[in-house]
Design a protein around this ligand. Sequence first.
Ligand SMILES: [Zn+2]
Length: 482
Amino acid sequence: MAYTGLCGGIWQKESPLRPREAILARIGCQASVPRDVFPPTPPGPEGSNGNGLFRVQWAAGAWLFCVRHRVVAMTKRLYYTNPDLLEFDATVEAVIPPAVGQERTGVVLQDTAFYPTSGGQMYDTGWLTTGSKDRLRVAEVAETEDGRIVHYLEAPAGLVAGAALHGSVDLERRRDHMQQHSGQHVLSAAFVELYQAQTVSFHMGEDYCSIDLEMTSLSSEQVAGAERRANEIIFENRLVTIRFVSRAEAEKLGLRKLPPAERDDLRIVEVADFDLSACGGTHVSATGQIGSILLRKTEKVRQGVRVEFVCGDRVARTARRDYTALSEAAGLFSTQLWDVPAQVRKSFDDTKLLRKQRDEALAQLAEAMAVAALNEQLERQDKKVIVRSFADRDINFAKLFAQKVARSGVPAIALVASTMDPAGLVFAQSAGGTADMGALLKQVLVTVGGRGGGSRDFAQGGVPAGCDVEQLLQQAAGTIEA
Ligand SMILES: [Zn+2]
């Protein structure tokens, strides 16, 4: 796609070495664009912010937004002026057959109330009903580079250009998106008002939304402060209005957010006496409809701090889910919700202590067993080769036992196995012994396709399931004695 000239915001933070004006001059661009723009994370291939299409690219030492002006006939967006309109009549302008490897037919209408994914907001779903009352499911809605809106149908349909249709947008999903998106405006403005922190991007997901703030850190007090302020604005039920202004006018208004596009008709969304920004999304008509806002996780990201949040019905749903999980945890500990963190901490400490005690006990046991085995062996004969297979102890214990035998102070060889899953062999000899444990292990394992290895004094390996471990030990012992 061809981009008509370089203009737009500079992604990179301004530095004294590279003032914005100098870069704009170098690329022959006169545009004066504020830094507060709304991009995806660069370097994105291409994006849309609801007011224009742009691509982020590296030029003259900075990330630039290259904006394409919309010149082709765009679909008339009914939601621009009436975001509450969910039922509408429309005419098919074009039918786009599925692309190779795709199944969905695309339908372009002359007018539509369906919102396409753009500006961080997700697409609407709904139905298109034909004159013969066939109901076609709209599974996804997207925007083309030239500003047309494509409705992707779940199943193929025999539609032709010029056909009359009735469109119905799914109410619940749209209302949810309006709540999330409007909540985002209020929250972003609250962060500016309280901490002078600009929002640099917005993401809406199925579960939660997030904004990226231009700040280096965010304390939990600041999170609580922004949440409180945003909820105040919601409670005050301030009017949210939409109007269209020229770019020159917009620049004079002092918007919180001005898109990089050089379009002359900007859609301005205003939260009365609180926020003014250019946006193409669907919003509620008064802040009370947002319901409430709940801030959740925050994390450091490359461009600042990311704040996750939910609005409207999602607040109760998310809180309910959290409560259920926390209640279950409290039930397991037979404690109150607020005591769960302390109980978890105590449980961690207990586990750590028990693990330490268990390791000490196992080491003592291995030591005692090694001494007993050596004594028994020494009484019978002077060959100090200990052959032992453990059915009820794991390979780590087998290793511990073998090491205790080898380090007992008496020159000895330990040929040890564990038949517990995963079964394995451990061969060890006292330092300076004349045998080669690594070579011996390899020699035994090769007969059954096992894997392992080690040094002259210590070797360890795994044996395949179902193989006769006792027989392998005898084979190794035979080699030592020979
Ligand atoms: Zn918006």
